[in-house]
Design a protein around this ligand. Structure first.
Ligand code: HEM
Length: 518
């Protein structure tokens, strides 16, 4: 009260009033000068990048093969550059140093994935692992997957489920070999891997005779969903418009998503019936997931939709990746008979020609492992990882990366850096024999499964499935190409990188005992 009354007193005297007004005016001017210089103080700029058009930015100039297009742009604009994809700012990283700053130094900030609008439709609103934001729920799901579903101990329990499907394909290929018929190996590998993955998910649940029908229906639905996921979508470029679904992609996704959901319901009901009614043995992922659901339901809201979203993650994350690695590896070996021979020699020494390959052999096959690593280097099947999304604005390599931008890490191009890899375009498994590179993502010159918090959760399963199946295909057969032909190893960009042309070859039996093909 005394302060206010003395102020009134001061202001009521004319000479003091002039003085006070001058002070206020001066301080205001100084305040504005300070604000102005502060706003002009150079905060780190956005990364450089090619010019774009108003509103649509660089969208009209994108090329379908994004990984090679980005590699070319990096030569001009440097290891970190920007593109405007409509209203969305994309940042593209093409060096291991910058990738390290993002995936190691600032990995918590960059631990979200950028979720495509249509993925919300087939992934139950994005509650699964791949699309969940980094936070307690993602951590809980990840821990459950790593410790209880995709752990080595759990994978050991499902060896027979995987073996059964691989042997079934070998039987079919042996029949073709006996009549000298060429096969579309890509198609065979696709069916084999889809069956291997779905076997592990619910193989002990679905009856033998139903399995083929469920498998065929499922593979068609997976293909439709993958096609929709890679279509350029206005909803992603202008998120404010996503609720209008201008191209109708979300609506189109609803069809296959609902069908898969019904298939899941059918399979889950079958499993619940089995548990109640019979003594039938389980061992598949579905059984574990339902057990976890029972335990976690009260604590963490582990709904049936979450069970289905996790099944979907494993089908979509585990099928295309593994099958394309096997396909690229076989294509490379068809063109390099000396490498194929060396691999077969290793198999003959470790397995012998009088037995079939078992998963347990794969830890003793360093050359086959080197073939897998080299395939993942040269034909990195997730060439741009899954785009990451920073949760806050961050400075990386002297540039500002705004919150919520879409960060592509061009690991495909990093794997072909001539300063790190000698003759980078050459397929040469020998470079991995010294074991200096593994799949853990600790070295940012080689990280085909990603690195940091979002490292692939199915890595152990991917490694087993790929090694076992490459080894089995090479051990069981020699492969003949049509006279004088070489395989055209052209890549096609998509959610996963795949071989552009069909992989056709004729299998020739290698093992003398016909019983080994039964
Ligand atoms: C050779 C086979 C595979 C390769 C090369 C591969 C590669 C990758 C890559 C690069 C990522 C993204 C990493 C990132 O965003 O930084 C990823 C994530 C993921 N992968 Fe794989 N993967 C393979 C097999 C599998 C398998 C077999 C499964 C499941 C059964 C699987 C499930 C997932 C899931 C759920 C994620 C998301 C993880 C998260 O967001 O936390 N992957 N994978």
């Amino acid at each position: 009260m005394t302060i206010i009354s003395s102020l009134i007193k001061i202001l009521s005297r004319r000479d003091h009033l002039d003085y006070v007004l001058t002070v206020i005016a001066l301080s205001s001017v100084l305040w504005y000068i300070w604000l102005y210089t502060k706003s002009k103080r150079p905060s780190p700029p956005l990364p450089p990048g090619p010019w774009g058009l108003p509103i649509i930015g660089n969208l009209p100039f994108l090329k379908p093969e994004l990984h090679t297009y980005f590699q070319d742009l990096a030569k001009k604009h440097g290891p970190i550059f920007k593109l405007w994809l409509g209203a969305k700012l994309a940042i593209v990283v093409t060096s291991s140093d910058v990738a390290r700053e993002i995936l190691k130094t600032n990995d918590v900030i960059f631990a979200n994935h950028d979720v495509p609008a249509v993925a919300l439709v087939n992934m139950y609103g994005g509650i699964d692992i791949a699309w969940s934001p980094y936070g307690p729920r993602w951590r809980m799901l990840r821990k459950l997957c790593v410790t209880r579903i995709l752990s080595n101990a759990r994978l050991d329990l499902s060896v027979d489920l995987r073996r059964r499907e691989t042997r079934r394909t070998i039987r079919y290929l042996a029949d073709q070999a006996r009549v000298g018929s060429p096969v579309n190996l890509g198609d065979q590998i696709f069916v084999m891997i889809l069956n291997v993955v779905t076997q592990m998910l619910w193989g002990a649940t679905v009856e033998e005779e139903e399995r083929e029908i469920v498998g065929a229906e499922f593979s068609e639905l997976v293909r439709q969903m993958n096609d929709l996921l890679v279509e350029p979508n206005i909803s992603d470029f202008f998120p404010a418009l996503s609720r209008f679904d201008l191209q109708g992609l979300a609506k189109r996704m609803r069809g296959p998503a609902q069908k898969v959901d019904r298939l899941f319901d059918q399979i889950i009901n079958q499993r619940l019936g089995i548990d109640k009614g019979s003594e039938k043995k389980g061992g598949d992922f579905l059984e574990v997931l339902l057990k976890i659901k029972d335990e976690e339901d009260d604590k963490t809201d582990f709904t049936m939709n979450l069970v289905k979203a996790l099944l979907m993650d494993m089908v979509l994350g585990g099928t295309d990746t593994s099958l394309h690695v096997i396909e690229f590896a076989m294509a490379e070996l068809f063109n390099k008979p000396d490498i194929m021979k060396r691999a077969q020699q290793e198999l003959d020494e470790v397995v012998g020609k009088d037995k079939v390959v078992e998963e347990s052999h794969t830890t003793k096959l360093p050359y086959i492992l080197a073939i897998m690593k080299e395939t993942l280097r040269l034909h990195t099947v997730a060439p741009l990882l899954v785009p990451h999304r920073p949760s806050q604005t961050t400075v990386v390599s002297g540039f500002t990366i705004p919150q919520d931008s879409k960060v592509f890490i061009n690991v495909w191009a990093i794997h072909r850096n001539p300063n790190v890899w000698e003759n980078p375009l050459e397929f040469d498994p020998d470079r991995f024999l010294d074991k200096s590179y593994d799949f853990s993502g600790s070295d940012l010159n080689y990280f085909p499964f990603g690195s940091g918090r979002r490292l692939c959760v199915g890595m152990a399963m991917g490694e087993r499935v790929v090694l076992y199946n490459i080894a089995t295909l090479l051990h069981s057969f020699d492969w003949e190409l049509p006279q004088g032909k070489r395989v055209d190893i052209e890549e096609k960009f998509g959610i996963t990188l795949k071989l552009k042309n069909p992989l056709v070859a004729t299998p020739v039996l290698r093992l003398s005992d016909p019983n080994l093909y039964l």
